[in-house]
Design a protein around this ligand. Sequence first.
Ligand code: XMP
Length: 521
Amino acid sequence: MKKKHDLIVVLDFGAQYSMLIARRVRECNVYCELKSYDTSVEELKKIDAKGIILSGGPSSVYDEGAPRPDPKLWESGIPILGICYGTQLLAKELGGKVEKGKKHEYGKAKLEIEDQTDLFAGLPKEIQCWMSHGDHVTKLPPGFKIEAVTENCATAAVGSKEKKIFGVQFHPEVAHTPQGLDIIKNFLFVVCQVQPTWTTESFIEYSIDKVQREVGKEKVLVALSGGVDSTTVAILANKAIGDQLTCMFIDQGFMRKNEAKKITELFRKYYKINLIHVDASKKFFAKLKGITDPEEKRKIIGTEFIRTFEEEANKLGEIPFLGQGTLYPDVIESAVKTPAKGYHSKAAARIKTHHNVGGLPEDMRFKLIEPLRKLFKDEVRNLGRGLGIPEEIISRQPFPGPGLAIRIIGEVTPERVKILQEVDDIIATEIKEAGFYKKLWQSFGVLLPIRTVGVMGDKRTYLNTVALRCVTSSDAMTADWAKLPYELLEKISSRIVNEIPEVNRVVYDISSKPPSTIEWE
Ligand code: XMP
C-alpha cells in the first residue's frame, strides 16, 4: 500500500453479521479486514492492527470447543470491542461470569446509557438497539464497569477505560440500532484514535499502485462482461498501465439489446482502450441447438466460453497477466475460517453451475491480478464512479454470465433471443422510468416454451408467453418477489403485447427464494 492506512481487524467468530461489521468500519473511512478468530497476536502486531472487533457468533462461551482467540490478545494493548459473543468471551476470559439467559432476547430494546464517554460519547441518554443473544454477562471482570443497560440486560455495554476493552451485548452494526454507526465511530476515533483516510480517492490510488507494482512492464488481458466489476478492473488497469492492457469482450449472442455495441463504444471511443470484440454467437448457437436441459445449457456455455477465450488469447501472443474482478466477499468466503461456517462455500450443495466471465480454468497459464480483492461491492461502485464509469454500468442490476440463454426456457435460438431482448428492453425502460430500478435486486423477463391463445383485433392469436420476474434481495441468497404497483405491471404487460408481435401474454412470477430461485434456470 502506497499510503499507509490505519487498520482495524474484525475477528470472525461465525456471526451472520461479521462482514457487515467490516463494511460499517469502512463506511467510516477506516480500512478494515476480516480475519479468522484464532489469528495470533503476533500476526495482529505484524499487520499493525490499531483496534480489534470481536464479532458475535452462534456458540456459547461454555460450549465444548467454543472458539477462543489467542489468549495473549487481552494483554496485547490493542483496543478491543466485543460484540455479543465477543463480549461474553472477553468477560469470561478476563475473570467475569457469563450465564445462560432464561430466554433468548431477540429484537428491539431501549438502551439506557450510563456512561456518555468513550463508546457512547455524544449520544443521548436513551437510544434504540437491536438485541440477539442467549447468554449474558452476570459478573464483571475486575476493572470493568457497566456502561449501558436495557430492561432485560443489566450488562448491555461494559468496559474498562484503562485496558481500552469494551463490549456490547447488542448489535451496533445493524440498521435496527439507528445510532450504531456513531458507536462504531466512537470506538474508532475516540478509543482507537485512528485516522479516517480510507476514502474513494485513497482506494483509487491504492488500487492503481497495486496494479503497477504487480504488473511492472508486462502485459495484461481483461475479459469484459459489461458488468461493473470487470469494467472497473479494465478502466483501473488502463489508468495504471495504459496500453499494456488489452481487453477482450466475447459476445456469446445472449447479451441484452445493444449491449455489445454500448460496450465497444465505451471502451474504444471514450476510453480508447485496446478492445478485441469476439462475435462468437454463431458458435454458441450451434452448440446449443436442440438443448433444453438447464444444467446442460450452463455447462455448454461455460465450456464454450473458456474455449473461445483460450483460442483468442493464444492469438495475442505472450500476455502473462489476467485481470479479474474478484471482490472481498469472495476472498473472505474461501479464506476466513470461522467456527460456524468452516470453509463453507466449498461444502455448499450445487444448485446451479455458475458461470462467470473470468470463471476461467484453473490450469490456465496466466498469473492473476485481482485489484478489487480487498474491496466490497459498494466500494467498487465508488471506485468506478471515481474513474468516470457511466452510472448506467455502475448501478446495473446483476446479470448472469450465461446471459439471456438461461432466461429462455427450452431451446435457445437467435430468434428467441431477439424476442427476449425486446422484452427485456421494455421491462428495463419501464422499471427505470417508474423509479424502481435501483430498489429492485433484479427485474427481467423470461421467455416460456409455451404458446397460448389470445385475441387481437378480431383475430385469434397463438403466441409466446413471457414471465416477468422482479425481486428484492440484499445478497441473492434469499429474495422476495416485488410487490410492484398494478399500474406499472399493467404498463409493462401492455407494452410487451402491443409492441412485440411474437408475444400475446405476460404473467407475473410471485415466488420467493427459497423455495424458488431468482433465475428460472
Ligand atoms: P439464483 O437463480 O441462483 O441466482 O437465485 C442468484 C443470483 O446469481 C445470478 N446468477 C448468476 N451470476 N453467473 C453469474 O455471474 C451465473 O451463472 C449465474 N446464475 C445466476 C442471478 O442473476 C442472481 O442474481
